[in-house]
Ligand binder design. Structure first.
Ligand SMILES: Nc1ncnc2c1ncn2[C@@H]1O[C@H](COP(=O)(O)OP(=O)(O)O)[C@@H](O)[C@H]1O
Ligand SMILES: [Mg+2]
Length: 273
C-alpha cells in the first residue's frame, strides 16, 4: 500500500505549493490513472512516490517505509520503479540486457537469480531478440519497454509512469501498453499512470484528477468520464466517443449517454433500433 498523508510540496521557499494537502491510499496491484491540466502537479506527485522528491509537509509511505527516512529510501526505490516521459533519460548500460540487469545487480542478488529475472523480464516485454542491442539504437517504444523490464527485474511492487507514451507513435504506444497490461494482470504489478491522453486513462481501475496541487475528483473511469461537462469545465477533454455520445443524448438518444469507448457507443447505437 502507498499511503499519502496531507502531502505538501514546494520547489523553493519562495515558490507556491505545487502539492497542497494530498491524501491518497494506493492499494497494491491497483491500476491508477493520474490526470489533470498542465501544471496541476501530476509529475510532482509521481516523483514523490519513490522519493525522487521529498515532502515539504506530510508524508509518503510505501509498504510502511517512509520516503523521507534516509535509511529506507533504497527499499522504497526497490518497490517503486519510475518510467520517465523521455525514454532517453533512463538508459544506463550499453546493452539491453545489462540495462535490465542493473537494478538486480545493485541489490546484490546471486548471479543465477539475476539471469533468471532478466530472462523473464525480457520475455514478458518482448525484448528477447534485442537483448544484445545498444539501447540508444532502439526505438522510443522499445526503450520504454526496457524501462518496464527493469522494473520487473527489480520485482518492484509499483510502477509509476509519467506520460510514458507521449513521445511515441500509436503502434509503439500500443506495444508499451500491452507490456504493462500483461505485467499488471499476470504479476499483480501496481500501475500509477500519469497521462493527458484520456483514452489511456480509460484503462485504469481508478482515476484521480488533480488541479492546482489538490485532488478535485476521484472515481472509476466510468464515473469521471461519463461527465463531459465537468471535464470541460476543469480544462480536460472527455474521450471522443463520450463527447459524441453526449451530443447524441442531448438530441434525444438518452441511452447513449455515458458510452466511453467507440465499441460501447456502437453497441448502444445498434440497440436503438
Ligand atoms: N523544477 C521546478 N521548479 C520550480 N517549479 C516547478 C518545477 N517543476 C514543476 N514546477 C511547478 O510546480 C507545479 C506543478 O508542476 P508539475 O508537477 O510539473 O505539473 P504537471 O505534471 O501536472 O504538468 C507547476 O506550477 C510548475 O510550474
Ligand atoms: Mg508533468
Amino acid at each position: 500500500m502507498i499511503e499519502i498523508r496531507n502531502l505538501q510540496f514546494r520547489y523553493g521557499e519562495d515558490q507556491p505549493l505545487a502539492l497542497d494537502g494530498i491524501d491518497l491510499d494506493i492499494p497494491p496491484g491497483q491500476w491508477l490513472a493520474l490526470i489533470g491540466p498542465n501544471g496541476s502537479g501530476k509529475s510532482t506527485l509521481a516523483r514523490c512516490l519513490n522519493g525522487l522528491l521529498l515532502p515539504t509537509g506530510g508524508s509518503v509511505r510505501v509498504d510502511g517505509l517512509d520516503t523521507a527516512a534516509e535509511d529506507e529510501l533504497m527499499a522504497v526505490r526497490e518497490r517503486v520503479s519510475f518510467v520517465f516521459q523521455n525514454p532517453d533519460n533512463q538508459i544506463i548500460a550499453t546493452s539491453v540486457e545489462d540495462d535490465v540487469a542493473f537494478g538486480p545487480e545493485n541489490l546484490g542478488l546471486p548471479r543465477e537469480e539475476i539471469s533468471r529475472r532478466v530472462e523473464a523480464a525480457l520475455h514478458v516485454t518482448g525484448l528477447l531478440a534485442l537483448r544484445e542491442k545498444a539501447p540508444h539504437l532502439l526505438s522510443g517504444g522499445e526503450k520504454q519497454r526496457v524501462a518496464i523490464a527493469g522494473a520487473l527485474a527489480m520485482a518492484s511492487h509499483y510502477l509509476v509512469l509519467d506520460e510514458p507514451t507521449s513521445m511515441l507513435d500509436p503502434l509503439m504506444r500500443e506495444q508499451v501498453l500491452a507490456s504493462l497490461r500483461l505485467l499488471h494482470s499476470s504479476h499483480g504489478l501496481g500501475v500509477i499512470y500519469v497521462t493527458n491522453i484520456i483514452e489511456e486513462a480509460l484503462l485504469a481501475e481508478r482515476v484521480i484528477v488533480l488541479e492546482e496541487g489538490r485532488i478535485v475528483r476521484e472515481g472509476t473511469a466510468e464515473e469521471i468520464f461519463r461527465d463531459p461537462q465537468w471535464l470541460t469545465a476543469h480544462g480536460l477533454d472527455a474521450p471522443q466517443a463520450c463527447r459524441i455520445a453526449a451530443m447524441l443524448a442531448d438530441d434525444g438518444y438518452e441511452t447513449l449517454r455515458g458510452a466511453l469507448t467507440p465499441e460501447e457507443l456502437t453497441e448502444r447505437i445498434c440497440e436503438l433500433s
